[in-house]
Design a protein around this ligand. Structure first.
Ligand SMILES: [Fe+2]
Ligand SMILES: [Fe+2]
Length: 141
């Protein structure tokens, strides 16, 4: 079963954000396939580190965007990112220790979280950013 499959339903219509989401889905899917398929632990750990790094870059990118456009719901949105940061901190040492079950639990959590977060919080933020940029363009013209 594929836990991570990006589709148009996940689009937020900011090309860089959509590209980052697609990359996160691809890495999470690779990690999931590796864990389910019994790949060597070092392969799963390398993928996990890459996934965590790309996800942190992505959260930081969205948080910069929210700050620079004075997004009113940024604290709520960042709180959702912090939930993932906390989960990853809890689970990463167990996964690094070779606990396959911990990797599966984290991936299951992430799969539901990404779907819900992108479809609500990221879509709301992206709509705000697009409106903000349109308004700035009008002001500048
Ligand atoms: Fe987000
Ligand atoms: Fe996002």
């Amino acid at each position: 079963m594929r836990l991570f499959k990006w589709s148009k339903m996940h689009a937020v219509f900011i090309p860089e954000i959509d590209a980052e989401h697609q990359n996160i889905f691809r890495l999470a899917d690779e990690l999931h396939q590796a864990v389910v398929g019994g790949a060597p632990a070092d392969r799963a750990q390398a993928l996990l580190r890459e996934l965590i790094a790309r996800e942190e870059d992505h959260f930081a990118h969205e948080e910069r965007l929210m700050r620079s456009t004075n997004y009113p719901a940024s604290a709520w949105h960042k709180g959702q990112h912090d939930t993932v940061r906390k989960r990853v901190k809890e689970f990463a040492p167990r996964i690094e220790g070779g606990e396959r079950e911990a990797a599966l639990l984290l991936l299951e959590f992430l799969s539901g979280w990404l779907r819900d977060h992108i479809r609500l919080a990221d879509c709301m933020m992206a709509a705000h950013v697009r409106n903000y940029e349109r308004a700035q363009a009008v002001l500048a013209s």
